[in-house]
Design a protein around this ligand. Sequence first.
Ligand SMILES: [Zn+2]
Length: 572
Amino acid sequence: MGTADFRDLVTKWALKNALEHSGKASVSAVLSKVIGEKPELRAKIKELNLVVQDIVGQVNAMSIDDQRKRLETLAPELLERRKVIETKYLPPLPGASMNEVVTRMPPEPSGYMHLGHAMSFLLNYLYAQKYNGKIWLRFEDTDPRKVRSKYYESFRSGCSWLGIKWDFEKNNSDDIELHYRFGRKLIEDGNAYVCTCPVDELRKLRALGVECVHRSAGKEPNLESWEKMSELEEGEATVRLRGDMTSQNYVMRDPILFRIIDHPHVLTGTKYRVWPTYDLAVAIEDSICGVTHVLRSSEFAPRGELQNRIRELLGLRNPVIIEYSRFGFQGTPLAKRKLRPLVDAKLVSGWNDPRMPTVEGVARRGIVPEAIQEFTVSYMAFTYSRKEFDWDLLFSVNRKVLDPVTKRYYFVPQPIKLAVSGSPILAVSLRNHPEKDLGRREVHVDGNFYIAKGDLEGLKKGDIIRLKDLYNIVIEEVGSEIVHASFLSRELIEDIPKVQWVTNDNIAIDILVPGPLFIGESFNEKSLSKVSGLAERSVSNLSIGEIVQFERFGFCRLDAKFERPTFIFIHR
Ligand SMILES: [Zn+2]
């Protein structure tokens, strides 16, 4: 085995070790894992040692997000699968039997994946899990004007991030020839016809519930028009279902099944000009993918009747459709038409801005996949009423996930100097978590501190306060620039104020605090604020993507290290 051969082996263990230790791998741990897997390398220990040092250095310089992505491609079997929520609490699905359930995630790749998709996909995934079934990731991409390559990828990476493992993947655009065959059958059977009404006319007649002249054309002329359809210009012809022009369900009024779109498709280029509509493609694909259960938002209810009708006319099997409430999050619309103007006007930094409900935005905001899983199971409801979730509800679930595994650090916003006379010079060892064993850190104390301006309110000469986890002091003088105090004692005194502190060995940080994007219908100008202050020095060792709790301030995720570390506030 040459050096080049074991680089991948070393990299994989370095990534794994780093992910288990806040983004920092250790040379000795990686070395022993590598030798554990390939004992014959012991003979080349010197050479191996150099390679391990080199690779550990590279891996430790990566962000945690990048480490995870790299390991996902290099050795996905080592990536700790996120704990998937207990599915036994999900109400049973009608007509479902073990090992036979097939569900699907059907995104249109016309925008970035958002929290609405995430929860809907999770529900379908968790049900497939519950019944030991299968799930499809299927792209509804038959409108070439709308779809873009980057959006396919957004859904793939979003689903992976959520911990969803899909069994099959396909694009509806792979099946256009098949859709044509089914379309032709509908025409042959007299269930569909080619309509050459101008779009405005067609719309007007549908609204009035009036049939157009083309509806009564015979089978032969219709088939002839169908064959020639690709020679026509966009807008000159459509294929419509012979539905019911007087139906109360507007969707059933001879809906369009195929239309001409002159726009290259990101996957099929200019090969096709006649494109199936969403309803036709979904109706066919759900059936040929063997989907047994469709869990979808109740806003799709009117379309269910149409899709079932199409399948019945084609002799295809209908899945069981289960509808859950439409939902949103307070002050944060999920709809692209509401969000795009904010991106275009640069009111947000992009689609991954931490205020945005995109999966990327939510991840930057520090919401973890386990929390979204648990939230989905606990709060999605199978009712027809529209639900508006309070962000606080999601935050409370997220806090429950983060609290036991998140290290605590000291942070002092709006710092002011504190000089303590008579302070013992000492090194204190602080626990990284009050209950869990998440390690300790050492801080050297010499009597010079910074404390938060907010903690000084109401303090006056003679008051006794405790510097948290350190010692008690007596206030001597509260100035506008500096507070003077004297050392009192070390033992814990109950019922006195406890304040956060940092020593002179600190680091300046910024914390961005996101809020709701909208207040009512208007953009919330104050949706992003910034808090600056001093954190203890050990914060500079954190990796991008890492989540910590600044005591008495809140949970924060390290987002960037430009001039100074910049965190994003998650919640208290
Ligand atoms: Zn017509």
